[in-house]
Write a protein that binds this ligand. Structure first.
Ligand SMILES: Nc1ncnc2c1ncn2[C@@H]1O[C@H](COP(=O)(O)OP(=O)(O)OP(=O)(O)O)[C@@H](O)[C@H]1O
Ligand SMILES: [Mg+2]
Length: 231
């Protein structure tokens, strides 16, 4: 796939597979094009060329809502919550394509995955802590019952304890059957929960493979995981 903004190329012919039922992580430097890739997958912007396939079937064109109908949901960078609306109202927005009954069932499920949200359904979203707001952004995406959840840096700006909680929640969501494609800066933790990993350089994939394999790759550790070069 190729993608860019107004004739400016960002992604130059990349290919990525997120196998069903698994966690795939995409890491890479700032400006590499990770967000651009997720936005293209979610239908927020069209690819310049190439296609997005779900279960082998190509999705041509289509709005983000069409992609939600096909089982995709994006948790965008920066959350995009409605701060003056309650937790419940924010969650309900995630289920705007679902029936009322389905939506209520999903709200119960989200409250089970994130008990803190269940306890605070009437609280204004803007008064939640950063970590709680990130849980809410994920919860809102889950209400649409995605089979594939795309997450853009969910641990950004969170304290270490919240980061741990976030990764634990992502594991639970995956165990319950949702495929995850995760963009992360917390590379070690992301590789620890993931099955597969891709490393994006500037617009091109520079490595891909089993997550455990990339964790052990010397060059990757030095260059992309920021480890000090010994000696
Ligand atoms: N709306 C836009 N218009 C023009 N250029 C853009 C736009 N959004 C992103 N870009 C450019 O595309 C390139 C890739 O950006 P992108 O946000 O995809 O990177 P990223 O890998 O998500 O980086 P980060 O780790 O900082 O979030 C950057 O050079 C960026 O300046
Ligand atoms: Mg980004």
């Amino acid at each position: 796939m190729r993608a860019g903004y107004g004739g400016l190329p960002v992604l130059h012919g990349i290919s990525l597979i997120a196998p069903a039922g698994r966690i795939t992580v995409l890491v890479g430097a700032n400006g590499a094009g990770k967000t651009t890739l997720l936005k293209t997958l979610a239908g927020v912007m069209p690819p310049v060329s190439g296609e997005v396939r779900v279960d082998g079937e190509a999705l041509s064109g289509g709005t983000p809502a069409d992609r939600v109908r096909r089982g995709m949901a994006l948790v965008p960078e920066g959350r995009h919550l409605f701060p003056d609306m309650s937790v419940r109202e924010n969650l309900e927005l995630g289920g705007y394509l679902a029936s009322r009954q389905q939506r209520e069932a999903m709200l119960d499920e989200v409250a089970h995955i994130f008990p803190r949200l269940g306890e605070r359904l009437t609280q204004m979203a803007g008064t939640m802590s950063g970590g709680e707001q990130q849980m809410l952004a994920i919860g809102r995406a889950l209400v649409s019952r995605p089979r594939l959840l795309l997450l853009d840096e969910p641990s950004l700006g969170l304290a270490p304890k919240m980061v741990d909680e976030m990764f634990a929640a992502l594991r639970r969501i995956n165990k319950a059957g949702t495929t995850l494609l995760l963009v992360e800066q917390n590379v070690f933790q992301a590789l620890a929960v993931a099955d597969f990993a891709y490393i994006l350089g500037h617009g091109e994939m520079i490595a891909e493979g089993a997550a455990w394999e990339l964790r052990g790759n010397e060059l990757i550790r030095r260059v992309y995981l920021g480890e000090a070069i010994a000696g």
